[in-house]
Every structure is written in structure tokens, then in C-alpha cells.
Design a binder for this molecule. Structure first.
Ligand code: NAD
Length: 454
């Protein structure tokens, strides 16, 4: 008989001190503390927007309550012959503006509360950038760094077999997030299509050979760079010569670094879950060679000719721009006061707690919020979905051009509202997004019609 093991406790993550695992004090906590933190960040941002829009308590409840929450048991055989049961989640927050849309995350800290907060964030993000989707998020509580490729494939396929009736091109369309990639999206496509018929539009960020979009895998990081360029333009500067530190060198962080380096910015420090590196003698980090080193060794650490730093040191470096591109709550009340960058561009989702946000504002640091800064991914996913529905293939040039247009338009809308109302970019982004979803709910008849007259 094989043993049966239920995975429900967080696994220690190298490089994260255990005393950084409480309330507003650290980047990654036990599931409960971490999810309570991100839920609070979302709730406070929503509350500010709701107040400005004069939404009643019932309207707020309608807008915030998830449409559908799924938790599934995922039993799979492991390579050693044992059976493990993993917890999988898919939460569809809203479908008011279109099918739900959002990534799938594989991580030891995945919990229902975290996924719910991230699903809700997707509702506001898709509304802000005007793509016809709602918000969703999924995840599996697992440690992919300790699993084989075959185990990950079995895990992905079993997860999809559990939820396939509730996802699909016009219900809910998954995409990658932390520790998931195009290969995993290909397994999702295959598993879903084997049950429901060939459906390339059921998932985005697939390999190009399976109907994926050219440029989708780099779109989120590229979008971070494009939004920063818009922001600097408003301040009479270009990207050239900006000194930039990036926390997280995965899909978002590494692609942002590449885009920014190509436009003359200097990447001075980067980090990942194992630690960070700092340039020496003012020479910027060579991003292409660093990416090769990371692919070869699995980390940015020990890159020749650099100084080792830890993640907290990176966040406090004197530089022009800081890009948190790892996980939630990286900037919290315990370290926000140490930030010395003059601009923060949120590549990650919810990397700044509400308390940290207040501190950064008092310090006069511009924060370009996640809803806008990392929306390049979901915009490109929308291009991929339309490409699949129309059986077309976009060129890379067309994708990048449309991405730039969409993000520049969204940035200008947010900056205009922020300027007119004398509020932060984050408050403006939430205000626009919540208003758009409230209007959609009103038009559907779920909310009272006086919303439309406001
Ligand atoms: P990824 O798995 O490709 O990379 C994550 C990176 O963060 C890795 O370098 C990892 O080592 C690092 N990291 C993890 N824990 C860390 C810690 N405690 N300290 C420092 N570094 C740590 O994931 P990704 O797709 O790049 O996503 C990063 C963030 O961007 C997440 O918040 C995700 O939700 C958000 N995001 C991703 C996309 C996308 O298209 N992939 C779109 C929008 C937002």
C-alpha cells in the first residue's frame, strides 16, 4: 500500500527569516498571516475607492463577494510510489465585464485567502485597462522546486480534471503566475481540450506552436518598462541612465530588466528567493549574461563580479527606480521607511501593504501601482484570446505596438484622474476600475440605476 499524505502546511523558504513572518512585517508569512495581510491591502484600497464613489454597503458587498470559489483535492502518485494529496484553488471573483481571467500559482504559501485577494485584484485590473474580462486566480499549495517535471505534469492535469467544468473560453481563462509557465499552460490546454474538445482560447500564454501569442511571455515585464517610460515622460525624463533595482528575477523581473536595459537604463541590483547581487564600480549588470547564469544555476546569486546583498538591502538601495517583482507584501511598515528610490513600479501583485503605502507617500516616493504597472500580461492575454477565437496569428510587431498603445492610454487616464482629484496614482487606478465594474453591474440590473447618473 502506498502512503497517503496531505500537504497543507507551508514549507520554509530559503532566505526568509522566520521573524519576518508576521502581520505587516515581512514578505512571506505563514498562509494565514500572509493572506490576512493581502486581504487587508485589497480591502483598504477598495474602501477608499468606494468612499469616493459613494457606494452603499450593499453595493460594496455585491462588488467584493466572489462569484464562485473552488477548493479541490488533487491526489497524485509521486515518483517514489507514494500518493500525495495537494490543495488546489480557483476563485472567480467577477464576471460582470466578461469571462473571469487570472493566473495559476504553484507555491507553498498558496491559500484560499491569498487567491481570493489576487482574484479580486484581477477584476479591477482588467477593468482599469479596458479588456473585456472579469477577475480570477488559481493556485496549488505545493513546492515545485522539490517536485519532478513528471509530478508537476500529473499535478496540473489532475487539477484541471477537477475544475474543467467551470473554466473555458467564455467562463474563466487561466494563465501563468508564480512558478508556472508556457509548458504548464500547454498541459492545461491538452487536458481541457481532451475533455471538452479543441479549445485554444481556454488558456493564455501557451507556446506559440499551440496558438500562443508572440510576445506574450515577455509582455508583463515589457509592460512594466512601458509604464515606467510613460511615467518618466510626464516628469520630462526618459529611461536612459535611470539606475534600477529589481526584486525577483523571474518572468516579470527578468523581462523588465531586459526591456529597460535595451532603452539605456542601468540595472544596478537584482534578487531572487535565494538572495541578491549588486553591481560594483558603477558598471550596470549585463542582463543577457545574467539571465544565462540564472538559467544555468537556478539563481542570480554568485554572478561573477558582483557583491552579494540580501533582499532587504536591495529594497533600501539608493537608486532612481525600485521594481518589486516577486511576491506580495515585500514592502511593509517595517521596511518602507528605508526605501531610497524616488519611483516604485509594482511588477508584482500587491507588493506594498497599505501601511507601507502611507509611509512611501509621506516620503514623496511615486508609486506606479500593480493594477497598471503589471497589466501588460493580461492585455497580451486578451490579444491571445481574440487571436484564438478568430483563428488568426498576430505578428510580434503588432502585439508590441498594441501593448504600448493600451498601456499608454491606461497610464494617461490614471494620471489625469490623479491630477484632477489630487490623489495618488493607486487611488486613481482603483477609483476608475471600481467605477467601471459598478457601471457594468448596474447595466446588468444587479445594482440600482442611480449609479449611472453619478
Ligand atoms: P516567477 O515565478 O517567474 O518569478 C518569481 C521571482 O520572485 C523568482 O525570481 C523568485 O526567486 C523570486 N522570489 C520568490 N520569493 C521571493 C522572495 N521572498 N524574495 C525575493 N524574491 C523572491 O513569477 P512571475 O510570473 O515573475 O511573477 C512575479 C510577480 O508578478 C507575482 O506577484 C505575480 O503575481 C506578478 N504578475 C505576474 C504576471 C505574469 O504574466 N507572469 C502578470 C502580472 C503579475
Amino acid at each position: 500500500m502506498h502512503s497517503l499524505q496531505v500537504i497543507d502546511s507551508p514549507v520554509a523558504i530559503p532566505g526568509i527569516a522566520s521573524d519576518a513572518r508576521h502581520s505587516d512585517r515581512g514578505p512571506i508569512g505563514p498562509q494565514d498571516a500572509q493572506s490576512a495581510q493581502v486581504e487587508r491591502t485589497v480591502q483598504l484600497n477598495f474602501a477608499l475607492a468606494a468612499q469616493q464613489l459613494r457606494l452603499g454597503a450593499d453595493q460594496q458587498q455585491l462588488l467584493r463577494t466572489p462569484f464562485r470559489e473552488m477548493k479541490v483535492a488533487i491526489p497524485i502518485p509521486m515518483d517514489d510510489g507514494s500518493i500525495k494529496v495537494f490543495a488546489g484553488y480557483r476563485i472567480q471573483h467577477s464576471g460582470a465585464r466578461g469571462p473571469a481571467k487570472g493566473g495559476i500559482r504553484f507555491h507553498p504559501d498558496v491559500s484560499s485567502g491569498e487567491i481570493q485577494a489576487l482574484a479580486e485584484l484581477m477584476t479591477w485590473k482588467t477593468a482599469l485597462v479596458g479588456v473585456p474580462f472579469g477577475g480570477a486566480k488559481g493556485g496549488i499549495t505545493c513546492n515545485p522546486s522539490q517536485m519532478s517535471r513528471a509530478e508537476l505534469e500529473r499535478l496540473t492535469r489532475k487539477y484541471i480534471s477537477r475544475i474543467h467544468r467551470f473554466i473555458g473560453p467564455f467562463r474563466d481563462i487561466p494563465a501563468p503566475d508564480v512558478n508556472t509557465n508556457a509548458e504548464i499552460m500547454a498541459w492545461i490546454l491538452d487536458e481541457f481540450s481532451s475533455r471538452q474538445g479543441y479549445s485554444p482560447a481556454c488558456v493564455t500564454s501557451k507556446p506559440v506552436e499551440l496558438g500562443g501569442l508572440r510576445g506574450r511571455s515577455t509582455a508583463t515585464g515589457r509592460g512594466v518598462g512601458l509604464v515606467l517610460a510613460e511615467h518618466m515622460k510626464g516628469r520630462g525624463r526618459s529611461l536612459k541612465g535611470l539606475r534600477i533595482a529589481i526584486q525577483g528575477f523571474g518572468n516579470v523581473g527578468s523581462n523588465a530588466a531586459r526591456f529597460l536595459e535595451q532603452r539605456g537604463a542601468e540595472i544596478v541590483a537584482v534578487s531572487d528567493v535565494r538572495g541578491g547581487i549588486l553591481n560594483v564600480d558603477g558598471a550596470p549588470l549585463p542582463v543577457r549574461v545574467l539571465t544565462e547564469h540564472m538559467r544555468r544555476t537556478g539563481s542570480v546569486i554568485d554572478f561573477p563580479g558582483t557583491l552579494p546583498i540580501d533582499n532587504e538591502e536591495l529594497l533600501a538601495l539608493p537608486c532612481d527606480v525600485l521594481i518589486p517583482a516577486a511576491l506580495e507584501s515585500a514592502l511593509h511598515e517595517g521596511n518602507a521607511g528605508d526605501v531610497r528610490a524616488s519611483v516604485i513600479v509594482e511588477g508584482a501583485n500587491l507588493p506594498t501593504t497599505a501601511a507601507a503605502d502611507r509611509i512611501l507617500r509621506r516620503k514623496g516616493i511615486d508609486v506606479v501601482p500593480d493594477l497598471l504597472a503589471n497589466a501588460g500580461g493580461v492585455i497580451a492575454s486578451y490579444f491571445e484570446w481574440t487571436q484564438n477565437l478568430q483563428q488568426k496569428q498576430w505578428t510580434l510587431r503588432e502585439v508590441n505596438r498594441q501593448l504600448r498603445t493600451s498601456l499608454a492610454r491606461a497610464y494617461r487616464t490614471v494620471a489625469k484622474v490623479a491630477g484632477e482629484r489630487e490623489i495618488s496614482l493607486r487611488e486613481a487606478a482603483w477609483l476608475i476600475a471600481v467605477d467601471r465594474v459598478a457601471r457594468a453591474e448596474t447595466l446588468r440590473g444587479s445594482m440600482t440605476a442611480d449609479r449611472l447618473r453619478a
